[in-house]
Design a protein around this ligand. Structure first.
Ligand SMILES: [Ca+2]
Ligand SMILES: [Ca+2]
Ligand SMILES: [Ca+2]
Ligand SMILES: [Ca+2]
Length: 290
């Protein structure tokens, strides 16, 4: 069943502002559709268009069979006039053509003359896993106060992957460590991101910095992944009682507050039970903060 394609040429006169409208009627025969993976090599065969459309192979040259495009788009394929095969002419990159669209169709046209005949070609482009998940930054920096409680959460940047479906980011994994667990969350659109959860409290006096590797992976075959380094800087909290020796010396007692208070009372008894003056304690606390 032949249909008619209406090509509207809208030509505006340069003088007088008059618009002339031409209607050109071209016969359009049946469409033909193909489904191919993206990134096929140039010269790869998409299908035999002459066979699929029932064209006379011997007359392809005489009828000047050629590929055309609407709106002067790229000619992604060409016709082999000897074999009737439709072959890849230009790189077909699904990401470049359709970004995150679930369906990607490239439209081309086969034109024949004597008589003039036009066939629409729809090439459905399937995604292949040719992109790896990537983080925007090379490293993520977190400053976390050592007083942060167990269960504290820190949102991590999402990794991006140009592919779609299974070929895009499916999950994350965090390097084994003593302090953090990873929680994976989903956005409304199905996009996934990670969250660091503090599992064991930090101690700046023990470790000032923690370096962790976060990996994002897709679900393609073969699977691809990308990593980011997480730098956790542990900020100080005033969690150690300062100890005072005679002579105003300041000592951080790593054994903890209890033994420290014992030493303070020791200092007090040393000084004949008079105890520390309030202003001395104030000076001690100030010094410890800075
Ligand atoms: Ca691609
Ligand atoms: Ca792809
Ligand atoms: Ca991918
Ligand atoms: Ca501290």
């Amino acid at each position: 069943s032949n249909r008619w394609l209406v090509v509207v040429l809208d030509i505006f006169a340069l003088h007088g502002g008059l618009a002339f409208l031409f209607l050109v009627l071209l016969p359009v025969s049946g469409d033909v559709s193909y489904s191919i993976p993206e990134e096929m090599k140039r010269g790869s065969v998409i299908g035999n268009i002459a066979t699929d459309l029932g064209l006379d192979m011997a007359r392809l040259t005489a009828r000047k069979a050629r590929i055309d495009t609407e709106d002067n788009n790229v000619k992604y394929c060409s016709v082999n006039l000897n074999t009737g095969e439709l072959v890849v002419q230009e790189r077909i990159d699904r990401e470049g053509l359709c970004a995150k669209k679930a369906s990607c169709v490239v439209k081309q046209e086969l034109v024949l003359e004597n008589p003039l005949e036009l066939h629409r070609i729809n090439i459905r482009v399937q995604d292949i896993n040719d992109n790896s998940p990537q983080f925007k930054e090379e490293s993520l920096k977190f400053e976390i106060r050592e007083s942060a409680g167990k269960g504290a959460r820190f949102m991590l940047d999402e990794a991006h992957d140009g592919d779609i479906g299974e070929n895009t980011v499916q999950g994350y994994s965090l390097q084994q460590n003593d302090h953090f667990k990873l929680n994976i969350k989903s956005k409304g659109s199905g996009r996934k991101y990670g969250e660091l959860i503090l599992d064991k409290e930090l101690d700046r006096e023990d470790k000032k910095e923690i370096v962790l590797l976060l990996t994002a992976f897709d679900g393609g075959s073969p699977q691809r992944s990308g990593t980011v380094v997480i730098h956790v800087i542990v900020l100080d909290a005033n969690d150690n009682v300062p100890c005072v020796h005679l002579g105003w010396q300041l000592v951080h007692d790593r054994a903890g507050p209890q033994s420290c208070s014992r030493r303070l009372s020791g200092v007090q008894s040393d000084r004949g039970g008079r105890g520390l003056r309030p202003e001395l304690l104030a000076v001690v606390s100030y010094s410890e903060i800075h």
